[in-house]
Design a protein around this ligand. Structure first.
Ligand SMILES: C[S@@+](CC[C@H](N)C(=O)[O-])C[C@H]1O[C@@H](n2cnc3c(N)ncnc32)[C@H](O)[C@@H]1O
Length: 219
């Protein structure tokens, strides 16, 4: 049996400030890097979007998109709804679902956009693999997947710094949320194994943060 999902409830109102204090605007820049590529999407699925900063921006940048936002934390989803519903008619275009994404199966929409910002790092390799398998039948042929993640630079002092940073973040989140994962999963390998190609990427903070745009290619 899987242990419970980490519990981010107590961080819902602090998370944004903790982020600004530790990384300034860097995570925010990473999150919104590919927003302009999302303005044509019709059905979006946001995974673990926390307090909803991306979902809110997506709803206002793309006035026709329908968004399904899934997160395990009720408090995060409440913050997301509050933030997102400031956009005109957003309430009608947003559906929130409280679920553990290690078990969640979508109910059949053809999503042409999936978004995961700093969420895949809450999963193991097996969790990512099983999540992608469960999502595949609900994805449109050329669906895009926008990812933001922490990353360990390939060499030098930055590599050592990146490893330390990630280790300390996992340590802190283990205490605050009971997150049990300890390393960033190899989601790129899983994506490639399911026919996704990385179209573009950008690095922030000397390669310790990455923004990526993946596309599913069929045939
Ligand atoms: C580190 S926060 C990232 C939040 C947001 N995406 C961002 O960019 O700031 C991780 C989010 O994923 C959610 N989460 C973590 N594990 C989850 C799981 N197994 N199922 C569903 N949501 C999960 C948490 O509740 C939290 O809202």
């Amino acid at each position: 049996m899987k242990p419970d999902a980490p519990n981010f409830d107590s961080l819902a109102h602090l998370y944004r400030w903790m982020e600004y204090l530790s990384f300034g605007s860097m995570l925010e820049r990473c999150r919104f890097h590919f927003l302009s590529q999302c303005t044509q999407a019709r059905h979006a699925l946001t995974l673990g979007d926390g307090d909803g900063r991306f979902t809110a921006r997506l709803l206002s940048a793309n006035p026709t998109v329908q968004v399904d936002a899934v997160d395990a934390s009720g408090a995060m989803l409440a913050a997301l709804r509050q933030r997102a519903c400031s956009s005109p008619d957003a309430e009608a275009r947003l559906r929130t679902m409280q679920a553990d994404l290690r078990r969640f199966t979508p109910d059949g929409k053809e999503y042409d956009l999936v978004v995961s910002h700093f969420f895949l790092d809450c999963l193991t390799n097996n969790d990512v693999s099983s999540l992608v398998e469960r999502l595949m039948p609900a994805l449109a042929e050329n669906a895009i997947w926008v990812v933001s993640e922490f990353s360990i630079p390939e060499k030098g002092l930055r590599r050592a710094t990146g490893r330390m940073l990630i280790r300390s973040l996992y340590f802190a989140f283990a205490i605050m949320t009971r997150l049990r994962v300890r390393r960033i999963p190899d989601y790129a390998k899983v994506f490639r194994g399911h026919g996704f190609h990385r179209l573009e990427y950008a690095m922030y903070l000397g390669g310790m943060l990455t923004a990526e745009l993946w596309e599913r290619r069929t045939g």
